[in-house]
Design a protein around this ligand. Structure first.
Ligand code: PEP
Length: 249
């Protein structure tokens, strides 16, 4: 089912006390019941965040995970470990993971499989770089990222997947895709899924936009028919800004 979602990706920000302070501020905010809200603190603070938000309508999600169940993977965290502290959703394929940690489509396909095998939900990120857009290749790049990481899945798996289109040139740069650029790409993504899996699946996918979404531009971006919400970086670190975005539908 298509769902309005706003997810805050905290990246490598906020130590324990900062996490507690931000969560206290988030808990004072209110949102419509038809908008799902997620926050993704760092691994060290997931448990505290989960406990602090247990009775709330904010879901605590992970920013990453490894594909293996367990084993000799120093520094990594598995789906089973996340599940064991109550985490049900994981962000995979963020452009920073792709760029700085060499995560390619093949690795991401394994991570997606591992998350789904553990009954987790995946927020799957992808998006073109500036050079791709300048060359007019943005649709081809996005299509290949989706196909390579997701098109081995059965249609039924997509009920546990949320897509996040994040043009790399708009992440953390202050430069946003125009609402029209976001709409055009989201429509293309929906069509790509429909072509492979049928119209009902494409129509039901939740597709988030990410890339310098702020209180000032969220309403216009979210008003586009194929945009179902946002994955928010910088603006998710401030409770008032984040909730201005959550309430921009
Ligand atoms: C992100 O990290 O996914 C992101 C969209 O960041 P920002 O909102 O800061 O551009």
């Amino acid at each position: 089912m298509r769902q309005n979602i706003v997810a805050g990706n905290w990246k490598m920000n906020n130590d324990l006390s900062q996490t507690e302070t931000l969560i206290t501020a988030l808990k004072k905010q209110k949102h419509r019941s038809d908008v799902e809200v997620m926050i993704a603190p760092s691994f060290t603070n997931l448990w505290n965040a989960f406990e602090a938000l247990r009775q709330s309508d904010i879901e605590v999600v992970a920013q990453n995970m490894h594909f293996a169940e367990n084993g000799a993977y120093t520094g990594e965290v598995s789906a089973a470990m996340l599940k064991s502290i109550g985490i049900q959703t994981v962000i995979l394929g963020h452009s920073e993971r792709r760029a700085y940690f060499n995560e390619d489509d093949a690795l991401l396909a394994k991570k997606v499989d591992a998350a789904l095998a553990n009954d987790m939900r995946v927020v799957f990120c992808f998006g073109e770089e500036l050079a791709d857009r300048k060359a007019g290749n943005e649709e081809a790049v996005v299509e290949s990222q989706i196909k390579n990481a997701l098109f081995h899945l059965e249609a039924s798996a997509f009920k546990n997947i949320v897509l996040a289109y994040e043009p790399v040139w708009a992440i953390g740069t202050g430069e946003t895709a125009s609402p029209e650029q976001a709409q055009d790409m989201h429509k293309f993504i929906r069509e790509t899924l429909s072509n492979k899996y049928g119209k009902a699946l494409g129509d039901n996918m939740s597709i988030l936009y990410g890339g310098s979404v702020k209180p000032a531009n969220a309403k216009e971006i979210f008003s586009k028919p194929d945009v179902d919400g946002g994955l928010i970086g910088g603006a998710a670190l401030n409770a008032a800004d984040f909730y201005a975005i959550v309430n921009a539908f």
